[in-house]
Design a protein around this ligand. Sequence first.
Ligand SMILES: *Cc1c(COP(=O)(O)O)cnc(C)c1O
Length: 473
Amino acid sequence: MRYVSTRGEAAPRGFEDVLLAGLAEDGGLFLPDAFPQFSPAEWRALRGLPYAELAARVIHPFTSSGGTGGAIAFEALHAMCRDAYGSFRHPAVVPLVQLDDRSFALELFHGPTLAFKDVALQLLGRLFDHVLTRRGERITIVGATSGDTGSAAIEAVRDRAAVDIVILHPRGRTSEVQRRQMTTVLSPNVANLAVEGSFDDCQDMVKAMFVDAPFRAEMKLAAVNSINWARIAAQVPYYVAAALALGAPDRPVAVSVPTGNFGNVLAAWVASRMGLPVARFIIGANRNDILARFLSANDMSARPVEPSLSPSMDIQVSSNFERLLYSLLGEDAAATARTMREFRATGRMPVPDAAWKALSAKFHGFTLDDEGTLAEIRRLHDGAGYLADPHTAIGTAAARALAPEDRGIPVIVAATAHPAKFPDAVERATGLRPPLPPALADLYAREERFSTIPNDLAAAQGFVRAHALRNAA
Ligand SMILES: *Cc1c(COP(=O)(O)O)cnc(C)c1O
């Protein structure tokens, strides 16, 4: 399998290069040149497998080399999946919980940091280590976080031999749970920097480090953001597992996904490109509803981000949308590059009407404000005895908005965070404060380790260099 860039100016690559590169050098996103195909009999053969084995079978075709270097043996991948998902707190890894006559919560939050990003990142950390160790290389992951992605990345690579990680967070501006989930990981390859500044200051510093070519090369800087193709590939198996449990491939399913950067719902679309019958994609949004506006009226126009009860969806530009756009535009990389340039320059994305119509036949948008989100959390608790976090609640409300002709189809709702991750909203809605799971119950008693630095690039770079050199020695 070869990977091509959505902007067409980067040379095609094998899986390992795509894993390590993240973004293509032309600014585009990598996609496989053809999607692996599973026949109905091949889907059926996956029914009832342990999740780690199902995941390895679904992901493996994406890692084959296609003659461009970098293939991962099935047994090695299977071992990494077993190791990654062995740390989840539920034996089913991603259990499915029925909410009403046709909605099912696909609980993706049983990993170490209580959010769905663990499912992909736990595997990614192991893939990085596998590939780098074989190549005799090391990398330094640098990232900025306003809360959640930092802890998922740290948990993914803690104690990995070939990876160092430095995560910058704005001092005093994350919640205490979020900070402690990062700073109580005392592994020698993990460093946390509390920056005297805002999240934007942290992000600007990280960007500046990546733009500083000599520094970037010296430190072998890498990112694990959601545009990495391997993250998307690692999210496909849970849709497969849920769909098979609900009767696929002999019966279609719909998915409802609370959406931010579009990575999670894109994985469901990839599953459909592989032959899984996904009849409908419902995209849940909070008041930051650019995608919902696009799907209802072909209006993709960026507006300022507003805070909400579902902060992981407080996003204006969903970076992974570019992969779907490329497909909509008939895999015309030049047209994709033009469209993205215009979007960057004007804040509006011109999508041809025919492409938009084809898309909006399958993808539906749904918007819910904070009041509606609290009402939905209350309704789920009163009706089904189910405690949902605010992101998941947007997904369950969206599932009920399904068009009448789709009413016979079961809906898989991506439950993206554990309710204990957003206890204030859940308590406001239900009067109940969800407790942290036992494995995290002593979080407030654990030792923290972090360094505080001024909002100064040279200070941050000096820290990253010292951290990487110490661990390489
Ligand atoms: C990251 C995140 C999302 C958004 O997922 P995307 O793949 O960016 O669309 C939704 N909910 C939670 C809890 C998240 O952490």
